[in-house]
Design a protein around this ligand. Sequence first.
Ligand code: PLP
Length: 429
Amino acid sequence: MTTLANPVKFSTAGSAKGAAQTINPLDLKKIRADFPILAQRVHGRKLVYLDNAATSQKPRAVIDAIVRYYEQDNANIHRGVHALSVRATEAHDGARETVRQFLNAGSTKEIVFVRGATEAINLVAQSYGREHVGAGDEVLITAMEHHSNIVPWQILCEEKCARLKVAPIDDRGQLRLDEFARLIGPRTKIVAVTHVSNALGTVNPLREMIELAHEQGVPVIVDGAQAVPHFAVDVRALDCDFYAFSGHKVYGPTGIGVLYGKAALLDAMPPYQGGGDMISSVTFEKTTYNSLPHKFEAGTPDIAGAIALGAALDYVSELGIDNIAAHERELLDYATEKVGSLPGVRLIGTADERVGALSFVVDSVHPHDLGTILDREGIAIRTGHHCAQPVMDRFGVPATARASFAIYNCREDVDALVNGIRAAREVFA
Ligand SMILES: Cc1ncc(COP(=O)(O)O)c(C=O)c1O
């Protein structure tokens, strides 16, 4: 990993709209150099990568961690007494401790490695949900969920003859907290909410939501896929019961993610999958299960992925998550002002609290056409429903264009996007 000899300097006064770029451009240059992929040209143009909400790019530290693991330490964990297996096990355990610290969880028992946010949510739905949700019961979600925090609950509700309740959002893409509170009732068995909307960038008032649910004795699972990359998450301060995120959106590799769960809840839950490593003893008559978190980690895990996720979180911590948050906030303000003031552009999602993503539609230019035209300029954005079709329905659009930001993005990237949108409008004028 590139060690920043001079840590990134941020001005605290820089988050106001139109304020000067708060990150020292030299430091940003250094950060960009940590990401080899950014050096390439696409269609002969400098790559402007603004699709970070789909997946972020990987710093050299993460790529090196994967290569190093396979070149030097590759072995299966937990089962071997030989040196390589011991090293691999230690590195894997170390990554779990890194995740624990990153989320401020109380114990590594509460950190379950999974494939990603999707698998984490399915795990809770299929394990906790199946035990606690019955006929006539309710699961409460919000209208801004990603499909991965809708469909697992629909599957559960169908199986159990339970009902999926949906807390509405307003015209700016903010949760109607009054409605959310009203919808938590005696039949509510679990609340499943996103911390940050991937389609709107809205940050939910999670602390208040969790308090409201807990007042009624209802546990809360949080989909943190779009939060963890952008600001500090403290699961103990939030007092959430479960928290899910994906490694690949926070500079780590694909195929690895995390489910945080309070130990008492995880302990009482049945396993999600059966197989090696999740057992303590097996006979044909009876199997007893392993201790936490291994009870939920059947089979050989993504060892390299977990180790590389640890490297990604170390990278983020070295830059400072608060520094990243400040830089991205300034960039999002800048983009909101520049893109939002373009003629013919309508922003979708204008909540007071937003991070990471800017969704918009452009008059007479279909988002897919816009995406294609921008791609020719080397600019990568996402177009479509962003796996949040109910959000599109709520705003009466089939799709949006979405620019989403990471630590390596700069004002020039936003300027390129703005010029590209202008050019697209001219093509379709
Ligand atoms: C808010 C949100 N939740 C969940 C997911 C699913 O993440 P993954 O596909 O990595 O499991 C995403 C991915 O875009 C997301 O944005």
